[in-house]
Design a binder for this molecule. Structure first.
Ligand SMILES: Cc1ncc(COP(=O)(O)O)c(C=O)c1O
Length: 373
């Protein structure tokens, strides 16, 4: 049987990994500044994480959401402790798109309305409503185009209010730091203004923290840079360090009803254990603070390169060049053995390493860049 060929592949085949390194069959070591797309948070194959998963697998890996699973409450408590959002409610699922799909659905259930406001260059996933609020027509099938979505630019509060005034908007979804779109960050005033306007017009504000959440930005959630209380917060990638898990945090004003949301796999024993292990390591190794200090180090080094813009925050960073970076990324992989990320803005090289990345790893990256540019 052939694989359904939807991914253009680099000719690299990792077979093992350790912290910020991955290794191919020949034993070649690659420095992973991509984190498998911002997924690897506490480092590849972290021994504590591996052991916790092994222990859990030996006890029970899965049972359905029809029975009690205390690991879900443990995870909710620890997310509450680390984010400070103790009074929110946790619903667990298995991916970023699913988290956004549930958030959008919840906004619609709660308000009884159905139009969504999303932003230019947004990426929210590939399921029905999530892809409809993604600003890329190429990945929207005719089926997805039946959703009512209006795209507006960041930082235009007047335009946002004009749309909300129409009274049919159930939710406004935004990425506090755009990922795939190219690391743009909405202004602080705009973010607080959005929250106020959503309250005023009875729409839900949804913060998509699928990529920026779980300490990657230097805060637990990137939106916490601003004093806002989104109605729904979505999370996934860094949550499980590679184990598929996603979730939404729901504001206390939004009330649950039996059957409103559901999933077979979401919140299973292994997924909760993976995420609990991630949270324990983030806390023990102070990875949130480390993300901030590594950003400072990265910026100091990057500022020495002429003619580039440094984008993003924490360990969700990018370098915007005045040329397309695809050939440079290839050279970084094949000649320097360094993984980096791309963006829908073809001039941006993205840096999304495990949060355990150290100065010496960035030194190696900047030496490689200097050599290739
Ligand atoms: C901000 C954001 N939201 C949602 C998603 C979709 O997540 P998933 O691929 O787990 O469905 C992504 C994936 O890149 C993302 O970056």
């Amino acid at each position: 049987m052939k694989l359904f060929d939807v991914y253009p592949l680099y000719e690299v085949c990792p077979v093992s990994a350790n912290d910020v390194y991955v290794y191919d069959e020949a034993g070649t070591e690659y420095l992973d500044l991509y984190g498998g797309h911002a997924v690897v948070s506490i480092g590849h194959s972290h021994p504590y994480y591996v052991n916790r998963l092994k222990d859990q697998l030996n006890k029970i890996a899965f049972y359905s959401n029809a029975v009690e699973n205390p690991l879900q409450q443990e995870l909710a408590d620890e997310i509450g402790n680390q984010s400070g959002l103790h009074n929110y409610q946790l619903f667990l699922c298995s991916s970023g798109a699913e988290a956004n799909e549930n958030a959008l659905k919840l906004a619609s259930f709660h308000t009884g309305k159905k139009r969504i406001i999303a932003f230019k260059n947004a990426f929210h996933g590939r399921t029905s409503a999530a892809v409809a609020v993604t600003d890329n027509q190429n990945i929207n099938a005719p089926l997805n185009q039946q959703q009512e979505v209006t795209f507006i630019p960041f930082n235009d509060l007047e335009k946002l209010e004009n749309e909300l005034k129409k009274g049919d908007v159930c939710g406004v979804i935004f990425e506090p730091i755009q990922g795939v779109g190219g690391l743009d960050i909405p202004d602080d005033d705009f973010v607080t203004g959005m929250n106020t306007l959503c309250e005023k017009y009875k729409s839900c504000l949804i913060a998509d923290e699928v990529q920026s959440g779980f300490s990657r930005s230097g805060n637990f959630f990137a939106f916490q840079q601003n004093n806002i209380k989104p109605h729904v917060i979505t999370m996934a990638k860094g949550m499980g360090n590679g184990f598929p898990i996603g979730g939404i945090l729901v504001h206390p004003n939004l009330k649950p009803k039996y059957g409103m949301l559901g999933t077979t796999f979401g919140g299973n024993h292994l997924a909760c254990t993976a995420s609990l292990a991630v949270l324990e390591i983030i806390k023990k190794d102070k990875l949130q603070q480390h993300a901030k200090s590594m950003e400072t180090y990265f910026r100091t080094k990057a500022e020495k390169i002429k003619g580039i813009e440094i984008k993003g925050r924490g360990l969700m960073l990018g370098l915007a060049f005045n040329f397309e970076v695809a050939p440079l990324r290839k050279k970084l992989i094949y000649e320097k053995n360094i993984f980096t990320g791309g963006s829908s803005n073809k001039n941006i090289l993205r840096i999304l390493p495990p949060l355990t990345v150290q100065e010496k790893h960035f030194d190696r990256f900047f030496d490689a860049l200097e050599n290739l540019l």
